[in-house]
Design a protein around this ligand. Structure first.
Ligand code: ZN
Length: 282
């Protein structure tokens, strides 16, 4: 039984394949997926998918990459959709220093986006983090190359009561304990099975068992070739797409890393998933 703690199933690149993907996920035994909208334009598509598929668990937020393009009404719209959907979570939200400091000006993933400076990203993140706490929803956090800043923010702002997920955690091993003390869960992504990502795998060896989750981030973050169990044709612009069925690879890789049978890991992850995200309607 698989649970995908973080993906973007509503993404336009997956749309032509959705029928087939849904069938494959059912055969695989996927029980639930947290589907994260990352900007206001995404939210209706996420909501639609959740109405079509009981295993889709909607999550709404403004991602740091999209923070610079939010509308003046964004916060009211977010509150409204969360109030309309009591089972929905908050995410994907966070801070990202890679975008402002390291990404190339022509990076295709950021094309057409105004790159909000870190101070503005922090404002947008904190408003949403406080809303998750106010409405008693779990939150999903994105962080790239801003771990010290994130730690400071989490120490000075109260967490949602159920806790929060740092998805695809790529921070230092030494910071896992501090984040865990503040209520963090950590999701392992199949992309971390890349031989060059040993430091990240090492951090996941130290994550407390009761804070482990597993994710694909599909259609992003492909696992390396030998691990892939599911394939998709590339997007029209040539971008390689991660099939959410590769959740299988992420479970297999993390189980090997932790020295556990996959079934034992799956049982632990199911308990953790339910504690953070609730039992759900489906
Ligand atoms: Zn994501």
């Amino acid at each position: 039984m698989y649970l995908d703690a973080h993906n973007h199933l509503h993404d336009a690149t997956l749309r032509p394949h959705l029928g087939r993907i849904a069938g494959q996920l059912a055969r695989l035994g996927l029980k639930a997926a947290i589907v994260n909208g990352t900007c206001e334009d995404d939210w209706p598509a996420v909501s639609r998918l959740a109405r079509q598929h009981p295993w889709v668990r909607p999550s709404y937020g403004v991602h740091p990459w999209d923070a610079g393009n939010r509308s003046p009404a964004w916060m009211g719209r977010l509150r409204q959709i969360l109030l309309e959907e009591p089972g929905a979570a908050v995410g994907e939200i966070g801070i990202d220093r890679w975008m402002t400091d390291a990404a190339r000006p022509d990076d295709a993933r950021l094309l057409g986006l105004r790159r909000a400076p870190l101070t503005e990203q922090i404002e947008v993140f904190l408003e949403q983090y406080a809303l998750a706490r106010e409405l008693d929803r779990p939150a999903t956090l994105h962080c790239l190359q801003a771990w010290g800043a994130l730690d400071d923010l989490l120490r000075s702002n109260p967490a949602p009561a159920r806790g929060f997920l740092i998805h695809a955690y790529s921070g230092p091993r030494e910071m896992v304990r501090s984040f865990a003390e503040q209520g963090a869960y950590f999701s392992f992504n199949g992309g971390f099975l890349d031989p060059r990502k040993e430091a990240i795998r090492d951090a996941f060896r130290s994550v407390p068992a009761d804070r482990l989750l597993v994710e694909t981030d599909a259609p992003a973050m492909l696992p390396p070739t030998p691990w892939r169990t599911h394939r998709l044709p590339p997007a029209p612009d040539g971008t390689a797409l991660n099939h959410p069925g590769n959740i299988e690879a992420a479970y297999a890789g993390l189980a090997a890393l932790r020295g556990l049978p996959v079934a034992d890991l799956a049982a632990q992850v199911a308990t953790n998933f339910k504690r953070l995200f609730g039992a759900g309607a489906g």
